[in-house]
Ligand binder design. Structure first.
Ligand code: SAH
Length: 460
């Protein structure tokens, strides 16, 4: 059958054979496949094809004749439309299995390596785990103010009134915000008309401390009756310990702008991980799932097998969390991070925890590594935790030159992890690959790949 440009308007019948990287069901259709959100392997039924993007067909389930034993009733009524949780209808053990398979598959496809991947470490209670919530605000045709999540691949806000993965304290603050915006007549920002004030609310909750930060992201500097608004907000939500106004006038997908003012409190919150106390500012990266992060860091330390003689580098270090946890087990820690505010947080965090063998540098990790390699600075163990796109060749070439005996690679994207690991595979052997469920009910996975300098003699 020749490939066709258009597709049937009537539902088509099919069986879901597999899940894609993004967790979409794969349904064969003639010579093509349809990617169907919310259809799971083994399920059979009618699929409505919705659109073609590039050469791929995308559809939604119309009717199921055969239901997977892994399909469960989701807690959230809007989980299939909001774009936040693609997997709430998929049983938790099946989600965990999907994630281990996803990592293995990326190593095969992208790294051309057949590797063993350990079972994904999940959460005992995989709900209300997020310590950071960021929601855009809008107004419906009746003038009602709402906030929510962007629908997948769009700028359409799906209103959210309750959420099962966010900290409950944040949901309450958002409710109060909606009410106060209305009574203070503060308009949400309209992206098309470039009118209005409030773009996003970002809330960070501390897991161990009773501290909450609210960041009001506005399109303009001027915030009508700012003082009274803050007073009214604090009256209803005394649990908020700091409020920041961040100004983002640009048309961009990036939520936070450069300029910001502290409207109340210290401008940061504090939290702990593995017994170390951290200060977190509005712009600094901080892992969003504190329960899984502690498991992740504990495993990272086990992999690193640190000794008191070891010189350690924590690359892509954020506010220094990994390096500061590692400091007590080794001789010294150097860390490198590109966001200046995070570097300042890291320095403060070292001081407040009385950690003296820690030094944070504000720089591009690759530029820093290249300099280290040129100067031949000895390095025993490398922790690296790059953003989604992974590391780059410059960084990895410098690693190959410096030859740390162990690398603990922490990754939020298995495809860039697989690519980078295969690049250094001639010199480094993989000891273990351990996925963690940092983001339950989504298709994302966090992974630690533990590597050690290959023993060439042993390999021969
Ligand atoms: N290890 C930290 C942060 C990991 S997130 C933690 O566990 O909390 C990745 C970090 O890499 C972010 O803080 C980001 O600002 C930083 N980053 C992104 N690109 C970078 C680059 N080119 N050089 C150095 N740091 C970078």
């Amino acid at each position: 059958m020749a490939k066709f440009a258009s597709f049937p308007k009537e539902p088509v019948h099919g069986v879901c054979r597999d899940l894609t990287y993004e967790g979409r069901g794969v349904v064969a259709f003639g010579e093509e496949v349809i990617f169907v959100q919310g259809m799971f392997p083994g399920e059979e039924g009618d699929v409505q094809i919705q659109y073609r993007r590039n050469s791929n067909l995308f559809g939604k389930v119309k009717k199921l004749d055969q239901v997977s034993p892994d399909r469960v009733e989701p807690r959230c009524k809007i989980c299939s439309s909001c774009g936040g949780c693609q997997f709430q209808q998929y049983a938790y053990p099946a989600q965990l299995l999907f994630k281990s398979n996803k990592v293995k598959e990326q190593f095969r496809k992208i790294g051309h390596m057949d590797v063993d991947v350990l079972p994904t470490i999940g959460m005992d209670d995989p709900y209300y785990y997020r310590n950071k919530i960021q929601m855009p605000f809008g107004r419906d045709i009746k003038g009602q103010i709402y906030c929510g999540f962007y629908k997948e691949n769009s700028h359409i806000i799906v209103p959210v009134n309750e959420c099962f993965i966010e900290d409950k304290r944040a949901v309450h603050i958002l409710d109060v915000l909606k009410k106060l915006l209305k009574s203070f007549r503060i308009a949400p920002y309209d992206e098309d008309r470039h009118e209005g004030v409030l773009r996003h609310a970002l809330i960070r909750t501390s897991y161990y401390e009773k501290q909450i930060m609210l960041v009001l992201v506005t399109a303009v500097d001027v915030f009508p009756s700012r003082g009274n608004f803050v007073k009214a907000l604090l009256k209803e939500c005394p649990e908020i310990t700091t409020i920041v106004q961040n100004i983002n006038p640009r048309s961009t997908n990036v939520i936070l702008g450069q300029k910001q003012y502290v409207l109340f409190g210290k401008g940061y919150i504090e939290d702990s991980l593995c017994g170390v106390k951290f200060q977190i500012s509005a712009k600094s990266f901080y892992q969003t799932n504190p329960v899984t992060t502690e498991k992740l860091y504990t495993y990272a330390m086990e992999c690193a097998k640190l000794s008191k003689e070891d010189v350690v580098l924590d690359a892509y270090s954020g506010i220094g969390t990994i390096g500061l946890v590692a400091a007590k087990y080794c001789k010294e820690v150097l860390s490198v991070e590109i966001v200046e505010e995070a570097v300042r947080d890291a320095e403060r965090n070292a001081r407040r925890n009385h950690i003296e063998n820690f030094k944070e540098v504000a720089d591009d990790a690759s530029a820093f590594m290249v300099r280290m390699a040129k100067q031949n600075i000895p390095l025993d163990v490398l922790f690296m935790d790059p953003p989604r796109k992974g590391s780059d060749q410059k960084f990895l070439d410098a690693v190959l030159k410096l030859k740390p005996k162990r690398i603990v690679y922490i990754s939020c994207d298995p495809s860039s992890l697989a690519r980078d690991c295969s690049y250094i595979n001639k010199s480094y052997q993989i000891e273990s690959i351990q996925p963690f469920d940092m983001f339950p009910h989504t298709t994302h996975v966090e992974t630690i790949c533990c590597l050690s300098l290959a023993n060439k003699k042993a390999q021969k």
